[in-house]
Design a protein around this ligand. Structure first.
Ligand code: F6P
Length: 532
């Protein structure tokens, strides 16, 4: 039997598995299925697994040569085969003195040089030595970028609010919807505003449209000569940055071996570094680097990213789960699910394997989430009593930055209670004992047996946030290896972009002949008519 057949057989067997009974039978279940690493605890005992499942999943990982795949990534091999690129976001946070080679060249001197450039610049903004064109201090920073050039800085700036310099106002404009830009500009004054144009390619339509609008706004108020003091760029594309009119002295570079959704660790993190300061940014890199070491060296049984990846692939591939929820019990982590959506779904939303063959098994799940306890009062109903199997990751810091009264105890009580409720459910007997009427019992019954991981972290700090993001990056990597897909390209986003470019002139020129299907033609015609 192949490992896939073994796992299929095991999954069938697990149809009769009951988590509540498993806990009742084995008081060492938590002991067996949890890992502690630094300030993190991963409790994965409330999953639809037994020891044999974990053994089989590990065997699967071994057959896929996960260990050597991990080494290949860290060693800078060109594992992004469709784009012939290395995948080295880990080099951006390499805090050791070890060199990392791409095409025979150690990339670390360049990485450290950019970090130093970011350090000088962010300090200058924070301490007021960098002034605007009219010699005023910068008070507002607008990061213009989208996808990986936006979500990381947005998520982390929000997550690290307690570490942000309060006199600096951070804004993030991503959407080409003019409202996004208009609302940011409304809050800013040209003399005190700095724009960071963040785009790996410096050709992304949304970002370049927003950047041009920002330039027009600034030069209208202060003249073209002011651009140099109010615009910096983060990109891999020096030529386009120059063309846009930004001095390359004020360009922060990165390299094509850093994927957009993995780019927060370097120059794309400039807005974040300005907000939290260099030392805190370095702490974030330290945390991620520590998680990298854990991922590289811990055996699979004690390896957090490996365990999360194996469980994720188990549910998607064998247990029929199509989605999964990330539920942070920390208001500061409210953008984490959105960040992880890109990380996970852009990486593993693939239906072609590494050999170019159509895949016959499910891959990347649909990820969603909201902070608890808010989610409890909306979509948790479906997770508890709906017809879908939705594995959950609960994430909670044990200490809050805002210990007001007993708020945090209530929050923690809720996260623990949710995982218990999903696991145990509530049966007929319990309802009867509570005096629930016979007619209502079916409605009030909870089947339980619904899986969750709980990740407890001492406190959300730059260090632990870095480790948490790296944990999920590596989890996504593990799943990609198990599914034999390239997690580092994203051709799926191209088609929509191309078609939008074709449709744009058709909207503005009503004489252009339309050659689409009847629906697309009708939509274009309606818009043409209404936008007169
Ligand atoms: O939409 C796809 C994508 O290429 C993402 O992967 C990327 O993060 C985003 O667009 C932004 O790209 P860029 O940084 O080149 O503007």
């Amino acid at each position: 039997m192949t490992i896939y057949q073994d796992l299929q057989k095991k999954a069938k067997e697990m149809q009769g598995f009951n988590l509540r009974e498993a806990f009742e039978k084995d008081n060492k279940r938590f002991q067996k299925f949890h890992v502690e690493w630094q300030d993190f605890l991963l409790d994965y005992s409330k999953n639809l697994i037994d020891e044999k499942t974990m053994k089989l999943l590990e065997k699967w990982a071994n057959e896929c040569q996960l260990s050597s795949a991990i080494q290949s990534m860290f060693n800078g091999e060109k594992i992004n085969t469709t784009e012939n690129r290395a995948v080295l976001h880990t080099a951006l946070r390499n805090r050791s003195s070890n060199p990392i080679f791409v095409d025979g060249k150690d990339v670390m001197p360049d990485v450290l040089k950019v970090l130093d450039h970011m350090h000088q610049f962010s300090d200058a903004i924070r301490n007021g030595t960098w002034l605007g064109a009219t010699n005023k201090r910068i008070t507002d920073i607008i990061n213009i970028g989208i996808g990986g050039s936006d979500l990381g800085p947005v998520m982390a700036t929000k997550a690290l609010t307690p570490y942000c310099e309060p006199s600096l106002h951070m804004h993030f404009v991503s959407n080409v919807d003019g409202t996004d830009m208009a609302e940011a500009l409304r809050q800013c004054h040209p003399e005190t505003t700095l724009f960071i144009i963040s785009s790996k390619t410096f050709t992304t339509l949304e970002t370049m449209t927003n950047a041009k609008t920002a330039r027009a706004w600034l030069s209208k108020a202060l003249g073209e000569n002011a651009i140099a003091k109010h615009f910096v760029a983060v990109s891999t594309n020096e030529k386009e940055v120059k063309k846009f009119g930004i001095d390359t002295e004020n360009m922060f570079v990165f390299w094509n071996w850093v994927g957009g959704r993995y780019s927060i660790w370097g120059a794309i993190g400039l807005s974040l570094m300005i907000a939290i300061g260099y030392d805190n940014f370095i702490q974030m890199l330290e945390g991620a680097h520590a998680m990298d070491q854990h991922f590289k060296t811990a055996d699979f049984k004690n390896n957090m990213p490996v365990i999360l990846g194996l469980l994720g692939a188990w549910y998607t591939g064998y247990m029929g789960a199509e989605s999964y929820a990330v539920l942070p019990y920390d208001q500061y982590l409210s953008r984490l699910p959105a960040y992880l959506q890109q990380l996970d779904m852009e990486s593993n939303g693939k239906s072609i394997d590494k050999n170019g063959k159509i895949i016959s098994y499910p891959t990347g799940p649909i990820l969603f989430g909201e902070p608890g306890t808010n989610g409890q009062h909306s979509f948790y109903q479906l997770i508890h009593q709906g017809t879908h199997l939705i594995p959950v990751d609960f994430i909670a810091p044990i200490h809050s930055h805002n210990e007001i009264g007993n708020h945090h105890d209530i929050l923690l009580a809720n996260v623990v209670a949710q995982s218990e409720a999903l696991m145990r459910g509530k049966n007929k007997k319990e309802l009867k004992d509570e005096g629930i009427s016979k007619e209502l019992i079916p409605f009030k019954t909870f089947t339980g047996n619904r899986p969750s991981n709980t990740i407890l972290i001492d406190k959300i700090t730059p260090y632990t946030l870095g480790a948490l993001i790296a944990l999920y990056e590596h989890k996504v990597f593990v799943m990609g290896i198990l599914w034999n897909i390239n997690s580092f390209d994203q051709f799926g986003v191209e088609l929509g972009k191309q078609l939008a470019k074709n449709i744009l002139p058709e909207l503005t020129d009503k004489h252009k002949k339309l050659n689409h299907d009847s629906s697309t033609n009708a939509l274009v015609e309606k818009i043409r008519k209404m936008r007169k």
